[in-house]
Structures are given as structure tokens and as C-alpha cells.
Design a binder for this molecule. Structure first.
Ligand code: FMN
Length: 329
């Protein structure tokens, strides 16, 4: 009997896992279907802005090349122009709408484009559009000395001193510091610079506990979390079918940047997984203001370390297990 059970048990457990995986895939598929940007509804401000940056970023790249093809970029220019006309007719502008206008203006002002009839026609229409960005968009001259500002004297000190901290000293991290960390983390790269992130922050004890109730890895320490972040990404930002996993990737990248940004400010954190069942994901959405199109990537406890702390060693695998030469087969 015992022998049979030992043989059957892994199959039952495995089947249950496969079923759960399938259930999760279906849930993700449904969310992509209902909330993904694939319909390209450009009248929707958020969708249009994510879509517009794809086009104007193409122009930014074209503007940044040392040896650019003088005839390139027009396809993107036309896409940007079409989206600007929609924004203008609706009279509702987002960040990328404004940036797009400036980038297109710079593209049209390039010597090979300046006097073309289509440039004049676009410029004329854009002059009537009453929205501007106050920032500098397009391409920058960026000397090597500026890149070198990122060099740390002892990078090991920075990277090896971050640990996930689960017990904090109780002091709440002020909005000012959290905002600064998010600002820093927003330098994270993203596909076509779409920046499809949205971060929720609270230091309200009741809200923290209600949200943590649905997370399965915060016991017993979660009850004392001073601050909580929920990191999400917006499915509206992803248009192509092949981008169906992109929101997870972008979410992972911003999450790590947030942890490092906090660390650089002397603030500790503990990422909390959101590998959750559809049921739990829906339950969380019932109690907090996360929009249906926002994918929850993870939660993150944030706070200050005590004078003396205990952390998991969480040692790392040897390099030869994770790094090898890429070779042709
Ligand atoms: C996506 C993600 C989810 C995690 N979820 C949890 C969690 O639910 N509970 C927890 O105590 N730690 C969680 N951790 C923390 C890991 O255990 C920790 O990062 C790992 O052991 C490495 O240790 P270190 O962060 O101190 O370097 C998570 C980490 C990541 C990146």
C-alpha cells in the first residue's frame, strides 16, 4: 500500500500543480485579452501615451545616431503625428503626448527634413496644438566623463551590503524618502521607454495589514511592517501578442531598482512574492485601489534597520554555475 501511495502521490501533487499553472495561464490570458493594449484604442489617454512613446522613441533613436540615414524616420514621424492629432482633437494630454510633440518638431527641423513639404504641413498643424513639454526630449550629447559618474569606489560595499530585512526598527519612512527612491528607481530602462509602472505606497497600519493578509510569505514578521509598497505594471502598455510577458519583466526590473534605490538612501526592504492564485489576486483587488489593467508584480516591506539585525545569509552560488561562454552549436 505504502509503495503504491509513494508512486501515486507525486502524480497527484504534480497534477494539482499543473492544474494550478494552467488556471494561472488562463487568468493571465484573460487579463491580457481584456486589459492589454492590443486593440490600440488611441482615444484612451493612457493607451495612446504608451503607444505614442513607442513611435517617438524611434525618432529619438534616429536623432541620436552619429551617422544617421537622412531619409529614415518618416514612418515613425507619421505615427507620432497621427497620435498628436488624436490628443489634440480630444483635448486631453499625457506626459508622452507632450514629449512626442517636441521630438517630432526636432525631427522635422533636421536639415534633410526642414524644407520638405510634409514637414511644413506637419509643423503648421502642430503650431495650432496648444500643449508643450517643459523638459528636453530628443537626443543628448553625453560625454564619457558623465558615464563615469556612475563608477563606485567599492561597488562590493554597495551590492553586498543589501540584505532583505524582515524586522525593522519601527520608524516609518517618510513620503519624502520613498518618493526620492521611486524617482531614482524610475531611471530603470523599459521597452521603448514606456515606463508602464505604477507603485502604490502606504504607511497606514490598517491598509498594510489588510493587503499583507493576502500575501503568503510575510509571517510572522509582516505585522510590524512600517511601510508597504505594491509594485504593478500596466497591461495597457503592451500591444504586440509577443509582449504578453513583458509586463512581468518590466515589473521585475523596477522592483530591483527600488530596492537598490532604497538601499542607497539607507533604507531596508524585503520583497514579498506575488506568485498568487487568480483567487487571491482577485481578493486583493477587492480591498485596495489597484486597477484591473494593473498587474501586481510584488509587495515590498520597507523600513529602517535596527542597530543590530539578524538576516538570512542567503549565500550566492559560485560564478561557474551561473556564467558560461556563449558559443555557437
Ligand atoms: C520576487 C521575490 C519574492 C520574495 N518573496 C519573499 C517572501 O514572500 N517572503 C520573504 O520572507 N522573502 C521573500 N523574498 C526575499 C528572498 O528570500 C531573498 O531575496 C533571498 O533569500 C536573497 O536574500 P537577500 O535579498 O537578503 O540577498 C523574495 C524575493 C524576491 C526577489
Amino acid at each position: 500500500m505504502n509503495v503504491i501511495w509513494r508512486k501515486i502521490r507525486p502524480l497527484i501533487r504534480g497534477g494539482y500543480r499543473i492544474f494550478n499553472g494552467f488556471n494561472g495561464f488562463m487568468y493571465d490570458f484573460k487579463r491580457f485579452l481584456f486589459y492589454g493594449g492590443w486593440v490600440e484604442n488611441l482615444s484612451d489617454k493612457e493607451t495612446r501615451n504608451y503607444n505614442s512613446v513607442m513611435a517617438y522613441h524611434g525618432l529619438e533613436k534616429s536623432l541620436s545616431y552619429k551617422k544617421r540615414n537622412p531619409t529614415s524616420g518618416w514612418k515613425n514621424a507619421e505615427r507620432v503625428f497621427a497620435r498628436l492629432k488624436i490628443a489634440n482633437s480630444i483635448g486631453e494630454y499625457g506626459y508622452h503626448d507632450k514629449a512626442a510633440k517636441q521630438v517630432l518638431q526636432k525631427f522635422l527641423d533636421l536639415p534633410p527634413n526642414k524644407d520638405l513639404a510634409k514637414s511644413k504641413e506637419m509643423r503648421l498643424a502642430m503650431n495650432k496644438m496648444d500643449f508643450e513639454s517643459k523638459e528636453e526630449h530628443g537626443a543628448l550629447v553625453y560625454p564619457e566623463t558623465s558615464f563615469r559618474k556612475g563608477i563606485l569606489n567599492k561597488p562590493e560595499d554597495f551590492f553586498f551590503s543589501r540584505y532583505s530585512l524582515r524586522e525593522f526598527n519601527g520608524k516609518v519612512v517618510s513620503d519624502e524618502y520613498v518618493n526620492r527612491a521611486i524617482r531614482l528607481a524610475m531611471k530603470t530602462p523599459s521597452v521603448c521607454n514606456r515606463q508602464a509602472w505604477h507603485i502604490f505606497h502606504t504607511s497606514d497600519k490598517d491598509t498594510i495589514q489588510k493587503a499583507l493578509h493576502y500575501q503568503n510569505g510575510n509571517k510572522p514578521f509582516g505585522v510590524n511592517a512600517p511601510n508597504l509598497l505594491i509594485i504593478s505594471t500596466d497591461l495597457k502598455a503592451f500591444f504586440a501578442g509577443a509582449e504578453h510577458y513583458q509586463h512581468w519583466i518590466e515589473g521585475g526590473l523596477i522592483s530591483m531598482s527600488i530596492m537598490y534605490a532604497l538601499h542607497s538612501l539607507g533604507i531596508a526592504s524585503c520583497p514579498l512574492n506575488w506568485s498568487q492564485t487568480p483567487k487571491m489576486d482577485k481578493a486583493l483587488r477587492k480591498v485596495v485601489n489597484i486597477k484591473p489593467n494593473q498587474t501586481v508584480i510584488m509587495m515590498m516591506m520597507v523600513g529602517y534597520p535596527d542597530d543590530v539585525n539578524k538576516v538570512c545569509s542567503s549565500t550566492r552560488r559560485p560564478l561557474d554555475e551561473v556564467l558560461s561562454k556563449l558559443e555557437l552549436k
